[in-house]
Write a protein that binds this ligand. Structure first.
Ligand code: NAG
Ligand code: NAG
Ligand code: NAG
Ligand code: NAG
Ligand code: NAG
Ligand code: NAG
Ligand code: NAG
Ligand code: NAG
Ligand code: NAG
Length: 820
């Protein structure tokens, strides 16, 4: 029944199955002899975008639009006749008329529904849909962008795409901006706009009519102040371009396989979304507004909004409420004033960082001044209240002056730009430190880091001793790295028989690389069979990867591979069967979650931590799992957790600690910011996923799809707010009976989870420290703001039914579900 093969030959065998996809050609142009009617479409050369007629939602009206060709959820990115729907689709016709205008008319009445306009005429006009999503009209023999007669990118609707310019032509006064749809079924311009405000130094605003609702701070050389910090970004570059004739913001794609857009929803929420092929959904990276602190000037002048506080409004350091009584009544509109009045020209400047830069509408800037020149110029002019540099990448590059009150500030850890605010000289003396406060701030910050480092080192050394003991206790197996890896082979006939010929009643679930079946061998042993589907290309890689990884791993908290089966086109992995299936089936099920009392959950969390620690440092491969989530935690008959699904795992060399990938795989909601955004993964990205998992286990709620009536944060954000307010116990699942003997354990666990999900990977503990922290009562460092805490699934805010779908379709690798 069983034979053995050496893994390497098995893999060579596998690679023979890789084949190459052909590329089909498409019609990407309209010439003057063609007429486009309902059902006809134009497709861009690489098949990124498609143009044709569509109906939004259940509307009976038709529109001419452009949408993503490859995205299965019809997502229009541009609409031609926004305000004038096609009422009778049968007689609608789009043609390119001589001179070079696109004309959409109703052939029965001859009425023009929409037309493009141009200031020139072309001899041989030609319309083409480009792979950027831009529809252009040009001379047949001239494809230079500056010579286009017309382009749809000049008339954006609710979507900002890469290669599109958002901003101003200062000569003509023409502005390109994004405007919301009226409703989900009506693309005509709604009340909201997303635009580049160039009243002062450029910043981005969301307006309702002409009223500013939300704001991103001024451009800082890398991004708009207040957007999540991105260290390295392999998917697109972003820039603000300014000269005497134009000011615009633009992003350019570096990786065409990543489908990403920025859309202003009909309710006025700006969202950056990325299409995830494997889960077939748009995933929200970032929202404006993310929470109440993004409400424009919520806390008044010199106020500072801190989402972790209740109430959120406070004053900047060294400022006091202007109207104490109003402040008590939660009326913050009066804002704050300096506790010590200014005495120009004898003032000084104090540096503030970790905040979104204030409204830059009333500012002055000069790109060639350095920071010192900037300071002295500001000091000389008593109306100048603050200054900063323009570009945080360099040293003192550029100069920005604010005049008057500083408005719309929120705390945001990770914002490294420093604003120097004019203060009375005595504010310096009151600290007894004459001179550079910023230096003091900087020194303090790095001191914090040093303290943390020392702490980590201590933990590390202590852990080394402890772990050694633990492993010899747990181990009982010997691993000699050089030996040839042998994997038992099962006959196809054996597996076919065991799974009742792969009958649907034996099917446990469906996943990334094929279905999973339950089987019973002749000797009564239960197995789970993961069958590689023959059409899955990605599957072969994942299959290979899983074999390489898991065949060499042995730990009681990792699922055990019993063998494999390859015959002809069939490729299968055979695992031990887990009678209790996966953790999510317990955790997110109202009835079954009651079975998971706190001791069981704690046992599960500990097991996962140990399994992960083994992967990270004690196995001979040193493995990053990359797709840790509740549905990948299987439970045996005794509710012992087993980490499964190594399809995306990566092995690490001895000294490597991080790596970069252009293909970000994994599950949103569990991905660390540096991995999801920069493609940078490390042991610490697994630690992040572990933290999310712990919070889910404690709360019984999913991170993604999480909703709370008071804010728009996800579960991480919610946990963090509660933690900061000392209310962490409120996070605990109602199904857990919180006996007082568990309280300190619960609080500690939540604290450790928050340490694991901190924004910066360097701040997160290693898994061995985590194991240590879980097993001891030592003092824990204070948790900093989590990464991605502001992410939420906004689809849910407009359509609550889709929330459920989204959060479950989010699980796109194999889940061992019991078939009904
Ligand atoms: C695309 O071109 C082919 C061949 O030139 C033609 O048969 C087909 O009808 C065209 N399709 C459209 C949508 O114009
Ligand atoms: C216009 O396009 C159609 C289909 O691609 C083609 O058959 C026809 O020859 C073109 N006409 C001109 C004038 O280029
Ligand atoms: C769209 O799908 C086609 C065929 O599957 C593929 O060749 C092409 O690269 C995809 N384009 C994008 C932008 O993903
Ligand atoms: C469209 O109609 C279907 C069936 O009546 C309904 O379930 C769905 O929610 C509607 N969609 C929208 C966007 O209104
Ligand atoms: C529609 O208008 C075109 C040009 O404007 C004209 O040639 C044609 O005769 C008109 N057809 C009808 C039915 O009015
Ligand atoms: C085209 O139409 C738009 C909106 O109707 C108008 O603002 C613009 O000036 C026109 N451009 C030309 C070149 O006529
Ligand atoms: C400003 O930039 C635009 C686009 O990058 C360019 O076309 C234009 O010539 C520039 N103008 C000046 C004065 O440099
Ligand atoms: C910026 O400062 C430099 C150096 O002082 C000066 O030459 C230049 O004219 C200034 N530019 C503007 C726009 O004020
Ligand atoms: C101070 O700055 C303001 C705003 O730029 C300017 O109008 C004013 O002339 C300046 N005053 C002095 C004394 O430079």
């Amino acid at each position: 029944m069983k034979r053995s093969i050496v893994i390497s030959s098995f893999l060579i065998h596998l690679s023979c199955f890789l084949s190459i996809h052909g590329i089909s050609s498409a019609n990407d142009t309209i010439n003057t002899t063609q007429i486009i009617r309902d059902g006809d479409t134009i497709i861009s050369p690489a098949e990124s975008f498609e143009l044709g007629f569509f109906r939004p939602g259940n509307s009976t009206n038709y529109y001419l639009g452009i949408w993503y060709k490859n995205v299965t959820v019809r997502t229009p990115i541009w609409v031609a006749n926004r305000e004038n729907p096609v009422l009778n689709i049968a007689s609608a016709a789009l043609e390119l008329i001589s001179g070079g205008r696109l004309l959409l008319r109703d052939e029965s009445t001859n009425a023009t529904i929409w037309s493009s306009n141009t200031s020139r005429t072309a001899h041989h006009p030609f319309a083409q849909l480009l792979d950027s999503g831009n529809l252009v009209i040009r001379e047949a023999d001239d494809d230079r962008p500056e010579n286009y007669l017309w382009q749809s990118f000049d008339y954006p609707t609710n979507t900002f795409l890469q290669a599109m310019d958002m901003g101003w032509n200062l000569i003509t006064g023409r502005e390109r901006y994004i405007s919301s749809w009226k409703t989900e079924e009506n693309p005509s311009p709604g009340d909201f706009s997303f635009r580049l405000d160039i009243t002062g130094y450029p910043q981005v605003v969301i307006n309702r009519g002409s009223t500013v609702l939300h704001r991103l701070g001024p451009w800082n050389g890398m991004r708009f102040s207040g957007t999540p910090s991105v260290r390295r970004n392999p998917t697109f570059t972003a820039g603000l371009f300014m000269n005497s004739t134009v000011v615009y913001y633009r992003e350019d794609s570096l990786d065409r396989s990543v489908v990403s857009r920025f859309t202003l929803s009909q309710s006025g929420v700006g969202q950056r979304l990325t299409w995830v092929d494997r889960s077939q959904e748009w995933v929200v990276y970032y929202n404006l507004p993310a929470d109440i602190c993004d409400t424009y000037r919520l806390c008044g002048a010199h106020g500072s909004c801190n989402i972790g506080n209740s109430p959120a409004c406070g004053c900047l350091d060294r400022f006091v409420p202007r109207d104490e009584e109003g402040w008590v009544r939660s009326d913050w509109s009066g804002g704050c004033v300096r506790r010590t009045p200014l005495d120009c020209p004898n003032d000084v400047f104090l540096g503030y960082s970790g905040i979104k830069m204030p409204d830059s509408r009333f500012t002055w800037f000069n790109e060639s001044l350095n920071l010192e020149e900037c300071r002295s110029a500001c000091l000389r002019n008593c109306t100048c209240t603050a200054y900063s540099n323009l570009d945080i990448r360099g040293e003192g590059s550029g100069c920005l002056h604010w005049f008057g009150d500083l408005i719309d500030i929120r705390l945001l850890s990770g914002e490294e730009q420093v604003i120097y605010i004019r203060m009375a000289a005595s504010e310096l003396d009151s600290n007894g430190k004459k001179g550079k406060t910023v230096v003091i701030i900087a020194v303090l910050t790095s001191l914090g880091v040093v303290v943390l480092l020392v702490l980590c080192l201590v933990l590390f050394i202590w852990r080394r001793k402890k772990i050694g003991q633990k492993l010899t206790e747990e181990g009982g197996r010997k691993e000699s790295p050089e030996e040839d890896l042998e994997l038992p082979i099962y006959d196809l006939s054996t597996v076919t028989k065991a799974t009742n010929n792969f009958s649907t009643s034996n099917k446990l679930g469906e996943g990334g690389f094929g279905p999973v079946y339950k089987g019973i061998l002749d000797d009564g042993k239960e197995i789970a069979v993961k069958r590689l589907s023959q059409t899955s290309m990605q599957g072969i890689d994942q299959f290979k990867n899983e074999v390489i990884c898991i065949a060499k791993l042995q730990h009681r908290n990792l699922v055990k591979l019993l063998g494999c089966c390859i015959e002809g086109v069939e490729k299968m992995l055979i695992y031990e069967y887990m009678p209790n299936k996966s953790l999510d089936l317990f955790l997110f099920d109202e009835a079954k979650s009651k079975e998971l009392d706190w001791p069981k959950r704690f046992h599960i969390i500990n097991g996962i931590a140990r399994g992960l620690m083994y992967l990270h440092q004690d196995s001979r491969l040193r493995i990053i799992h990359r797709d840790l989530k509740v549905s990948n935690i299987l439970l045996d008959s005794e509710m012992n957790p087993k980490i499964s699904d190594f399809g995306m795992a990566r092995s690490f060399g001895g000294n490597e600690t991080e790596a970069n990938t252009n293909r970000v795989v994994g599950t949103y909601g569990y991905m660390s910011p540096e991995y999801a955004v920069d493609g940078l993964f490390s042991l610490k990205s697994d630690v992040y996923s572990f933290g999310v998992l712990v919070l889910e286990i404690v709360s019984g709620r999913r991170n993604r799809g999480f909703h709370h009536r008071d804010h728009h944060h996800n579960l991480l954000g919610h946990a963090w707010i509660l933690y900061k307010e000392g209310r962490s116990l409120e996070l605990v699942d109602n199904n857990i009976i919180v006996d007082s003997i568990y309280v300190s354990e619960l609080l500690r666990l939540i604290h450790v989870a928050l340490l694991c999900v901190q924004q910066s990977p360097e701040d997160r503990p290693s898994m061995s420290s985590v194991v240590l922290m879980l097993g001891s009562d030592g003092v824990l460092p204070k948790a900093k703001q989590p990464g991605f805490f502001a992410e939420r699934n906004v689809f849910g805010t407009e359509n609550t039914t889709s929330t459920v779908v989204t959060s479950s379709s989010n699980e796109f690798t194999i889940t061992l579900l019991e078939a009904r």
